[in-house]
Design a protein around this ligand. Sequence first.
Ligand code: SAM
Length: 250
Amino acid sequence: MRRLLRNLLRLPARTFSGLQQFSNPVNRLQRRAERCVATWFAPEHRKKLESINGFSSVREVHLLAYLASLAPVAVDPLLPGVQPADRSLTTSATVAKVVRLRGCIVEIGAFKGRSTAYLVEGAQRNPLRPAVISIDPHLRDTWDDFQRTVAEFGLCERGLEIIRGFSADVGRSWRQPIGLLWVDGCHEYAEVCKDIDRFTPHVLPGGWVVFDDAHGGHFPGVEKAVAEKMLRNSAFRHVGTLKHFEVFQR
Ligand SMILES: C[S@@+](CC[C@H](N)C(=O)[O-])C[C@H]1O[C@@H](n2cnc3c(N)ncnc32)[C@H](O)[C@@H]1O
């Protein structure tokens, strides 16, 4: 009887939080992702993808794939971020040259290729078929498993480019526009700050930035970097939180 009463008293708060969850923009995005991604794969392929070893849940990787499919990657050559050298290339405006300026999708932290495979699946459904550039030093014996995933799903034939290195080093000379930046590499505060500083200035208007482990209290370094450099950054809108993901849009 006491439990029933307690549950009844909690009902309004629960209903309110359920409604809040339902209308949260990132949850709406997630529901759209589920509806869309469900139509992409034959059951056998879906099962194979889900069996790739990795840290992100199926819901999370579906959201990543969906964002890759709609990431804005067409580059306006007159945007302030476009290098003057590239801009002069496009003033003569041949389509081929403009295509060279296409934005890409960047993955920081691949592990055994689970999120990589979903990003490539999404990018393949993006009308401009952007390349997915995966950056990871593969220090902890993940290289062979990663290579197995890459081969099994034919990822390089479908637009994957692999950079075996540290994101901070790669980011130092980065200049390609980015439609979706997925940050799941080193979880130390200083390294996440470098990832943010070196890659987010290249994110295109309307482009997405997604951090893993930026919510939930397990990785304070990631949470601190995201709070300081993203939540207070007026160039980005905080779309919301999905489990351990923090999602931003430029
Ligand atoms: C949590 S795992 C990535 C999981 C993967 N995104 C997935 O969803 O399956 C973190 C990865 O980051 C990589 N890593 C660690 N330090 C890095 C750095 N400085 N730059 C890029 N990747 C790094 C590790 O080698 C590891 O494979």
